[in-house]
Design a protein. Structure first.
Length: 142
């Protein structure tokens, strides 16, 4: 469980740093318009920090890491989230300095797609492990 706490802590720190960076970078460049750079802070805190706190709680209660595909899932999820954060950050920086690369939004969309697949996969893992947990509880009560 310490592993999930460390991952969550990493995303907490990263999300807070990105929030500060977003605020200071836009101030430094006298930018007052909309930029996706502002959404990086929220994406990182919710999809990283809060999500892995939930994973930690599910692990504690239902041992979801017993699922044979769990380790593959956690790698894919983290790669997808980091890819998304990096591409959103690059696009946001380009927007602030006035040289937005239009195709980058499609590249960032790949990160969203990877996360979408990962979330569905996670849901399937949790569902399977909850069924195992329920069957173990039922067999103990007999």
């Amino acid at each position: 469980m310490q592993k999930y706490f460390k991952i969550s802590s990493f995303y907490l720190l990263f999300g807070l740093v990105m929030g500060i960076f977003s605020r200071e970078f836009t101030k430094l460049n006298n930018f007052s318009g909309y930029t996706v750079l502002k959404s990086v802070h929220t994406h990182t805190l919710v999809l990283g920090f809060l999500f892995f706190i939930i994973v930690l709680l599910l692990e504690k209660n239902f041992t979801i890491s017993n699922n044979k595909s769990f380790n593959k899932w956690i790698v894919l999820y983290n790669l997808g989230l980091l890819y998304l954060i990096i591409t959103l950050s690059i696009r946001g920086i380009l927007q602030v300095i006035g040289s937005d690369f239009v195709g980058l939004s499609h590249i960032a969309g790949l990160g969203h797609a990877i996360l979408g697949v990962s979330l569905v996969w996670f849901f399937a893992i949790v569902n399977k492990e909850l069924k195992v947990y329920d069957s173990n509880i039922l067999s103990k009560n007999k």
